[in-house]
Design a protein around this ligand. Structure first.
Ligand SMILES: [Zn+2]
Length: 171
């Protein structure tokens, strides 16, 4: 399979979440235990193997709990939401998904808009099941910012033989 890459910019959103809450100690133990020390400082403009993303999320899930994976996903949504200032939920979803997709290479991120909901497809990124909760967080974050009380569920998962991870958000 072709290598999948993620930009440091996206990794740093999660690493910032970690250092904001658990300081340099948390940040350094994440880098060490996720096997990322070999890269030195994670640079925004540099591409890393997608496993770097998976290992950061797996560390967060294992050390701090799944709620923090969800919450970090919400923070990621907030970061993009503040940039695009979009109040229409459908447009906000499309813009954020597009912005995130630009952080990946040889991966797939797309949004399918429906009447009262949306499906987010994520392919070739979630190589560990812990990753999936981060996308649930992203969708919940976008729903909250645009004034919706959305429910999100993962209806297909690539770590469980699905073709993609597919997340359904309904409002
Ligand atoms: Zn999944």
């Amino acid at each position: 399979m072709q290598g999948v890459y993620v930009r440091g910019r996206f990794l740093n959103l999660y690493l910032n979440y970690i250092s904001t809450r658990w300081g340099p100690l948390g940040y350094n133990s994440c880098l060490k235990e996720a096997g990322l020390q070999k890269y030195g400082k994670i640079e925004d403009g540099v591409e890393y193997p997608v496993s770097a993303f998976c290992e950061i999320i797996a560390w967060l899930s294992r050390e701090k709990g799944e709620d923090h994976v969800l919450n970090a996903g919400k923070q990621v949504a907030l970061f993009y939401g503040q940039k695009n200032q979009e109040k229409d939920i459908k447009k906000a979803l499309q813009r954020t998904a597009y912005a995130i997709s630009e952080c990946f290479r040889h991966a797939h991120i797309s949004v399918h808009i429906e009447e009262n909901g949306v499906k987010l497809y994520v392919g070739n990124i979630n190589f560990r099941s812990e990753c999936c909760a981060s996308w649930i967080g992203v969708l919940k974050g976008i729903a909250e910012q645009t004034g919706h009380d959305g429910t999100v569920s993962e209806i297909e998962c690539q770590t469980k033989n699905g073709k993609f991870c597919c997340f359904a958000l309904n409002w």
